[in-house]
Write a protein that binds this ligand. Structure first.
Ligand code: TMP
Ligand code: ZN
Length: 401
C-alpha cells in the first residue's frame, strides 16, 4: 500500500472530498468468519486534483495483491448486461467502418464480452486472474506499457470497468496507443463519476477503484500520449457508466456532437462534488434507519458485491444483524465477507420452492447490494415478494419496496 499526494493524471496536488474511514479490501472473500473480521483495513477517501479535477483515492494497493486472484466474475444471462453488450457492439460497428479483424480486451474476465466476436474475428483477452476460467483465448498477464508489444496490433481495443483499477494511467494509455492499428479505436467503459456523485453512490468507492472518471481530464491525458477522445455515450449499466472512444490523433476521428454535449453537462460537477459528502451521509443514515425499522425481521443481503462490502462496512455495527449474503457466483459461496464476516450462500437458496435442499430459511427482507440489477433481481424474486418479502434498495435513495 502507498499513500500518494499527487494526481495520477497530471501530478497536481490533491484535496480531500469525502472520507469513509478504515475499510478492508472489497474483494477479499475469506475462508473463515474470524479471518474476514480481522482483515487489515486501509483508509478509503475520495480526493480531487486541484489542477485537472481528476477524482481518485490517495491510497494505492498494488495490483498484484488486487488482481492475481480475482473474486469477480461477470454474471451470465443478465438481461441488462446482454442489452448493454448489444449496444456496445452496435456502437463499435457504426464507428469503425470496416468490421474489425482483431480485438483485444483488457480485463476480459470470463470472456463474456469477447464471445460476441469470437466467430467473426480474432479475439484475445488479457487478464491476470488465474482463477477465472475464460471462454475465449486469454493471456494471463497485466496489460502495461512493458507487456503491450507482445499482444500484437488490433482494430478495436476494449477495457470495460477495469481502467479505474490502474495506478499508472499514462503508461496504460501509452500501451493502448502501441497496440492500436492506425485506424483502430479504443473503447473504455467505466462507472461515470457524475452518476456516482449525483446519486450519492458512496459504495462505488473501494480500493480497487483508484480513479473515478469524468470526461474532461481525459482530453489532456489522451493528448499527452498521442490519442484523441472523440466520442462518448452514457449507459445505465452498473449504476451509470460512461463509454469513451479514443483513436490516434490525426486519424480522422472528429469530436462528435454527443461528446461535446456530455462535456458541457459536466459543468454541474463542481456543485455535485460540494453536495456529495452531505448526500452520501444522508444515504448512510437512511439505510441505517431502514435496517433499524426491520430490527425484528430477518435480513440477508442480495449480492455479495464489491460495492456491497463498502456499504456494509461503512454502515458498521448496525448492519450486523444481517445473516447471509446471497450471490450467484459459485466461487464466493461459503466464504465470508471482508470486515463484516457475513457468510455467502447460493442464490438458489433464495428462490422459493427450490429443490436443492439448501439449509437456509428465506429472510423477511433483502438488502439489495447488487442494486444495479434491481429490476431483474426483483423480477426473478417475484414469488418472494408475493409471499410478503421486501427489498431494501440503497439507491437512488434508501427505500423499502
Ligand atoms: P457487479 O455489480 O459488480 O456486476 O456484481 C454483481 C454481483 O451480484 C455478482 O457477485 C453476482 C451477483 N448477482 C446475483 O447474485 N444475482 C443476479 O441475478 C445478478 C445479475 C448478479
Ligand atoms: Zn490532475
Amino acid at each position: 500500500m502507498k499513500i500518494v499526494a499527487s494526481c495520477r493524471a497530471c501530478s497536481g496536488a490533491l484535496n480531500y472530498v469525502f472520507d469513509l474511514g478504515q475499510v478492508p479490501l472489497a474483494n477479499t472473500y475469506s475462508e473463515t468468519r474470524a479471518e474476514a473480521i480481522n482483515l487489515p483495513r486501509y483508509p478509503l477517501r475520495l480526493c480531487q486534483c486541484r489542477r485537472c479535477g481528476f477524482l481518485q483515492l490517495d491510497v494505492v494497493i498494488d495490483s498484484a495483491t488486487l488482481f492475481s486472484h480475482y473474486a469477480y466474475e461477470t454474471p451470465r444471462g443478465s438481461p441488462s448486461l446482454t442489452h448493454h453488450y448489444d449496444q456496445l457492439v452496435e456502437a463499435i460497428a457504426t464507428i469503425h467502418d470496416a468490421p474489425p479483424k482483431r480485438i483485444l480486451e483488457m480485463g476480459s474476465n470470463n470472456g463474456a464480452f469477447l464471445e460476441l466476436y469470437a466467430s467473426t474475428c480474432e479475439v484475445l483477452g488479457i487478464d491476470p486472474a488465474e482463477n477465472v476460467a475464460s471462454s475465449v483465448r486469454v493471456a494471463r498477464q497485466f496489460f502495461t506499457k512493458e507487456t503491450a508489444i507482445q499482444f500484437g496490433k488490433c482494430d478495436v481495443f476494449v477495457a470495460r470497468h477495469c481502467m479505474a483499477h490502474i495506478d499508472d494511467l499514462k503508461g496504460t494509455f501509452e500501451a493502448i496507443r502501441a497496440v492500436l492499428k492506425p485506424d483502430g479505436i479504443a473503447v473504455i467503459e467505466n462507472a461515470y463519476a457524475l452518476d456516482t456523485l449525483i446519486g450519492a453512490q458512496f459504495d462505488q468507492l473501494y480500493h480497487e477503484h483508484h480513479s473515478y472518471f469524468l470526461l474532461r481530464p481525459f482530453f489532456d491525458l489522451a493528448e499527452k500520449v498521442g490519442l484523441n477522445l472523440f466520442h462518448a455515450f452514457r449507459s445505465p449499466i452498473h449504476g451509470g457508466s460512461i463509454v469513451m472512444f479514443f483513436a490516434h490523433r490525426g486519424a480522422g476521428y472528429h469530436a462528435t456532437d454527443a461528446l461535446v454535449k456530455l462535456v458541457e453537462g459536466e459543468e454541474i460537477v463542481e456543485g455535485a462534488l460540494k453536495m456529495f459528502p452531505a448526500r452520501a451521509t444522508m444515504a448512510i443514515e437512511g439505510l441505517r434507519a431502514g435496517l433499524r425499522s426491520l430490527a425484528y425481521s430477518t435480513v440477508d443481503t442480495y449480492g455479495a458485491t464489491a460495492k456491497g462490502n463498502t456499504l456494509l462496512n461503512v454502515l458498521g455495527a448496525d448492519a450486523l444483524h444481517i445473516r447471509y449474503a446471497v450471490d450467484s457466483t459459485p466461487s464466493k459461496w461459503n466464504k465470508f465477507l471482508p470486515g463484516t464476516g457475513i457468510k455467502v450462500i447460493s442464490e438458489a437458496s433464495a428462490i422459493p420452492l427450490n429443490d436443492e435442499g439448501f439449509p437456509y430459511p428465506r429472510p423477511d427482507a433483502y438488502l439489495l447490494t447488487a442494486w444495479n440489477y434491481a429490476d431483474e433481481i426483483m423480477e426473478k424474486q417475484r414469488a418472494f415478494r408475493d409471499a410478503g418479502g421486501v427489498f431494501i434498495l440503497p439507491f437512488p435513495f434508501p427505500r423499502i419496496v
